[in-house]
Design a protein around this ligand. Structure first.
Ligand SMILES: [Zn+2]
Length: 446
């Protein structure tokens, strides 16, 4: 009896271990809060990184900041046998484009690509922002350290590159510092346009904007919770797609939402100490971020950020008023928390970069039948183990049920009534990594 009990336990633990990969734990451990602290201090030390600020000085202004960021990516690349392609991507934005562009300016992004071994043109991206601002969005001369907004996200992207450049992945990873965010999301627009022109196949963009504050303006202190913002459905959908949702559902199942669920699941699996919070909206109420231009271009994109913001410490002139210290200065940033959220990005970059492609078209059937039916086009890739069907209650935010169905191009889920659930499918690699879930885009009746 005792022997039987022991072997059952062993079997259970073997199954659990098989679902995770030690490499991912190693990546979490490799992310350094000390290096992130150093980089945030360096970025804040450029005085201002306002998009319209000085570009000549080597110590102050956005020019110095972006050259330093490029030098960091270059150094990381040198240390990994030139594994990164590092370059500036820039667009001229003309004076008066909006009220915040008070003179012509080159909006310059710093891009680092870690090319995938198998799918060099498939990308997963992590972004932070280079630029900063204070109370007046057109004040490009006064001190604007932008320590949390958004040196934290920028430092996170550099640190993720340091850690992941030690590995090889099947898909490409892009680490990027975007500029022009505070002036109207210009850097993201520029890079999204560039990606379209280059026909980049982007699985998703993880935009990090403010990942270092744990003391909320509401008094809550929380170093575990973070938010994952995602829009419900793409803004590029057609009127036909919008109409069909009325009959088949899918109001909360766009590509960005699936990416958000993927991140949520990876964190629940590998970082159980963290509380990822899925937020069912594009961004904070009425406010924006650099994932949006990628969404506008039809790419999946989410915003990862702290759960408790402090508005006295963002977009503020540095000053003291009624005993409150205003300003986005380094002393308010929690480096351990920024490291945790950097690890959240790194493990999802690594997972998606290790995963096989998603199926391009999933058809669903089973109307007035006691089973849900699926068919899809199999992907030609010898490293694919098979496909996994997911389903959930229509009110559940997460894919709660799943069944691996093997390397087939159709499946009947017997006893599962199509009316009562939402369904999707992922691709599973022989290496154990899984793609994000794809939601059905076609109906069949037979
Ligand atoms: Zn901001």
């Amino acid at each position: 009896m005792k022997t039987f009990f022991t072997s059952t336990l062993l079997l259970v633990s073997t199954v659990l271990i098989a679902q995770t990969d030690q490499k991912i734990y190693d990546i979490i451990d490799a992310v350094s809060a000390q290096r992130i602290e150093k980089d945030i201090k360096t970025l804040a030390g450029f005085g201002t990184r306002h998009t319209l600020s000085d570009t000549i000085s080597n110590t102050r202004g956005i020019g110095a900041a972006r050259r330093w960021i490029k030098s960091q990516f270059d150094k990381i690349s040198k240390d990994c046998n030139n594994c990164l392609e590092v370059f500036y991507q820039k667009d001229l934005v003309k004076k008066g484009t909006n009220q915040r562009i008070v003179k012509d300016v080159w909006v310059v992004n710093v891009v680092a690509i870690q090319r995938g071994t198998k799918y060099p043109n498939r990308f997963i991206m992590m972004s932070g922002d280079i630029d900063s601002r204070i109370s007046d969005p057109t004040n490009y001369t006064d001190d604007s350290p932008g320590a949390n907004d958004n040196a934290s996200g920028m430092a996170g992207a550099i640190e993720a590159a340091r850690v992941l450049s030690k590995y090889k992945f099947e898909n490409s990873i892009i680490y990027v510092g975007l500029s022009g965010e505070e002036q109207g999301l210009f850097g993201g627009q520029g890079l999204a346009k560039y990606a379209k022109e280059k026909n980049w196949d982007i699985t998703g963009v993880m935009n990090n904007d403010m990942i270092g504050n744990i003391k909320g303006v509401d008094g809550v202190i929380d170093n575990r919770t973070f938010r994952i913002f995602s829009e419900p459905v793409p803004p590029t959908e057609t009127e036909k797609q919008r109409r069909s949702r009325r009959f088949y559902g899918g109001e909360v199942d766009g590509i960005s939402r699936q990416l958000a669920r993927y991140v949520h699941k990876t964190v629940k699996t590998y970082m159980p100490e963290m509380n990822p919070m899925l937020v069912y909206r594009l961004d904070r109420f009425g406010r924006g971020g650099h994932h949006r231009p990628f969404n506008d271009a039809g790419f999946a994109g989410i915003r990862i950020m702290e759960a408790h913001e402090n508005y006295t410490q963002q977009h503020q002139d540095i000053r003291k008023e009624n005993g409150i210290k205003y300003g986005d200065v380094v002393e308010h940033v929690n480096f351990d928390y920024a490291a945790k959220l950097t690890a959240v990005n790194a493990i999802n970059l690594a997972s998606i970069a290790s995963a096989p492609p998603t199926v391009t078209e999933l058809e669903i059937g089973g109307i007035v039948e006691p089973a849900a039916k699926f068919r899809w086009k199999m992907i030609k890739d010898n490293d694919i183990k098979g496909y996994k069907i997911y389903w959930r209650d229509t009110t559940s935010p997460t894919w709660d049920h799943s069944r691996f169905v093997g390397n087939v191009d159709n499946f009947v889920l017997k006893g599962i009534v199509i009316d009562n659930y939402l369904f999707g499918i992922s691709t599973v690699g022989k290496n154990g990594y899984e793609s994000p879930v794809v939601f059905p885009s076609k109906i069949f009746r037979e």
